[in-house]
Design a protein around this ligand. Structure first.
Ligand code: AMP
Ligand code: ZN
Length: 112
């Protein structure tokens, strides 16, 4: 299976790593939408939020445990936004579950 984020996790495609542990890999978005724009992905191929169930939700927990660590590292003490785009209408472009951490400025309050 040719998945961009699986290849980034394996180091086959370069990325700017900001955090890594046994379960999670986080790296800078190539097209940042805010001064800090980090993508947090599980080291397990899950296509999207819609595929999360009892059998794999522990990956999501591991991601959300990593997020505050990353936020602290990135000095987002004034807050930040966590976004997941899912499927066609959510405009998900990479089909490997990922959460965007956006911050470093006051973000627009509009969601859509
Ligand atoms: P989404 O639209 O939610 O699927 O987000 C995919 C994100 O991946 C976009 O914000 C892209 O800018 C980002 N992206 C795509 N290719 C790369 C890459 N090689 N390295 C880092 N970020 C990437
Ligand atoms: Zn993948």
């Amino acid at each position: 299976m040719d998945c961009l984020f699986c290849r980034i996790i394996k180091g086959e495609i370069p990325s700017t790593k900001v955090f890594e542990n046994e379960y999670v890999y986080a790296f800078r978005d190539i097209n940042p939408m805010a001064p800090v724009h980090v993508l947090v992905v599980p080291k397990c191929h899950i296509c999207c939020a819609d595929a999360i169930d009892e059998s794999n939700s522990q990956w999501v927990a591991r991601i959300f445990e990593a997020i505050p660590i990353i936020a602290k590292q990135e000095k987002l003490e004034n807050g930040y936004r966590v976004i997941n785009n899912c499927g066609e209408d959510g405009c998900q472009s990479v089909k490997h579950l990922h959460f965007h951490i956006l911050g470093g400025k006051k973000l627009p309050d509009q969601m859509a």
